[in-house]
Design a protein around this ligand. Sequence first.
Ligand SMILES: O=C(O)CCC(=O)C(=O)O
Ligand SMILES: [Fe+2]
Length: 298
Amino acid sequence: MTGLARLSNAATTGDVIAALERDGGVIIEDFLSPETLEGLRNDLLPLLERQSTGRDGFAGFKTRRLSALFAHTRHCAAMATHPLYLKPAEHFLCRPREMWVGEERLSFAADIRIGVTQAIQLAPGQPAQPLHRDDTVFLWRHPTGGREGRVQIICAVSDFTAENGGTLVIPGSHLWDDERKPEMSEAIPTVMKAGSALIFLGSTFHAGGANTTQDEYRTAAGLALDASNMRQEENMYLSISSDQVASYPEQIQRLLGWSAGTNHMGWVEVDGQMIDPIHLLREQDRSKLKGVGAARRA
Ligand SMILES: O=C(O)CCC(=O)C(=O)O
Ligand SMILES: [Fe+2]
């Protein structure tokens, strides 16, 4: 099986879209400027060192994760708005739908939200993660007919090799239905230099690779651009203070959005763990609110 296409940073939006439509993923070499790469390294590596490791096989017992990246480094902005990422993401996420409103036939399209941000560092000895689709959080159905919920990017902050856990991807798996089980034998490691990027659709099967080296850490910084149509219409987080939310029964707290559910939508990172935000409202855990994102460094 052949791996993903590799494009240079002089590629066009059309080249990236064509590769994503065909394979579900693409590698873009020298995606980050040297300044952005250096900035990400300087900002994220010391913070990752302080994070605790994952507490289950999916998060990785030898993996450190840091989320809320926009609270920790301004260099994420260049990643999120790079035209070779943002423009193809718009193509997949913002397809208009037509509908009747009274006498008028109107067209509406989702816009884009940053759905998740995370730096991920695999230590030597970290086994491969289970193969999965990142649009699982939306309970997305497959095949998608080309309408995606998420377009993901993983930038190499260190070199990615087959040995240190370069992300495993199954090319073409974005076209599979929900019955087809992914096999490790079908997955190809992403090999790329620091500063290069892997872009893939939410429907593409992938996994963090196994780090079989003795002493090499594999570090990534990534984020997801998501279609905005599935968020709460009213912004409850800005309108109702956490103290007010905490004064309601748990059922209301969860309905207002302080809940992650079994599909993990709405988690919040505290010390490297992705937890259900309901914990932050409980009296004994209220102090953990200070450990979230920007508040952690204030
Ligand atoms: O670390 C990686 O290469 C991929 C991680 C991943 O896919 C995830 O945690 O959802
Ligand atoms: Fe993933």
